[in-house]
Design a protein around this ligand. Structure first.
Ligand SMILES: [Zn+2]
Length: 181
């Protein structure tokens, strides 16, 4: 899996744009209807190992501007480090507990259902993170599905396995397969 190289830059569907979001700060929104299955975002950047990532975090913590480092876990021991946010509106995608997007492979988010114009483009962070230290209050507004708190251990929830099927990052699919054994 680690052998699939990431694209160098991020790509975002032209019908997606950044607007102010009720969920958090800014978010991505559909400015036209997007059919189910459409590729909406492709992440790019560079792959690093666990050790390299720890170094990057340590360097960032030492800098006066404390830059935010955005990463996606690709395999158990490789991470995609995304380019800085200013260079890519793709980084504004918020979490949703009933998301409009889900994963198709390690770098691609596709429309989970037909998305009407004006809907926010969200993914469930459970499907791309396993950092046990990650805890985030959620006010995504999904009436039934909202978990209230999103954590790095949410991937362990069987109801999410059922809901998302194969639409997790490959690293999490491998973890889930192992957990089910
Ligand atoms: Zn929620």
């Amino acid at each position: 899996m680690a052998s699939i190289p990431p694209p160098p830059g991020a790509w975002l569907h032209p019908d997606a744009e950044v607007r102010r979001s009720a969920i958090a700060g800014s978010g991505l929104f559909a400015r036209a209807p997007i059919p189910a299955g459409t590729v909406v975002a492709r992440f790019g950047g560079r792959l690093v190992t666990d050790a390299e990532l720890r170094e990057l975090f340590a360097e960032a913590a030492d800098r006066p501007d404390r830059p935010y480092i955005d990463t996606i876990a690709v395999t158990e021991s490789t991470h995609l480090v995304l380019p800085p946010r200013g260079e890519r509106s793709i980084g504004y995608g918020n979490h949703g507990c009933d998301p409009t997007l889900w994963w198709d492979g390690p770098y691609t988010l596709v429309a989970r259902r037909a998305i009407p114009e004006g809907d926010e483009l969200t993914s469930d962070y459970a499907t791309s993170t396993w950092d046990s230290g990650f805890v985030m209050p959620c006010s995504c507004g999904a009436p039934i599905e909202c978990r209230g708190t999103v954590t790095g251990d949410d991937w362990r929830r069987p109801e999410l396995w059922a809901r998302y099927g194969d639409h997790w990052t490959p690293a999490l699919l491998a973890r889930i397969a192992a957990a089910r054994r």
